[in-house]
Design a protein around this ligand. Sequence first.
Ligand SMILES: [Zn+2]
Length: 135
Amino acid sequence: MPNYDLRCNTCGTVKLDVLQPLHHTQEPCGAFCPGTYERVWLQGKSHHIVGDEIDVWVHNTLCHEDGSPRHFRSQKDLNKVAAEKGVENHVVHIGGKGSDKSPNTVRWDTLSPVKEDDRLKRWYEHEVELVQSSR
Ligand SMILES: [Zn+2]
């Protein structure tokens, strides 16, 4: 399997030298970011140094105490706040009723028949449901 450099199309988080099969669907960035990692050619970037720069506004979970969105400029800062709040940035696969399939997650080794816009729309709707059910 070849190595790829990946960058989130929303928050800009970079992962270098990631082993992936040639045919690989885009993987989601994480629960705090609706973006997906895309393969990029980072010419001149020194490998084995993971980029820490991000530019993301978090509207829930890691937002300010008063509920206002919090701006993060580095992954390290975001991870620090996540650790303080005792939460972890990851995606959990939850199957639907009577099935292991979920409209919100896909196997990364298969191509999704769902159009990206539809997938993002469902993702946002799912996020809204999670926020509403946690109140
Ligand atoms: Zn992201």
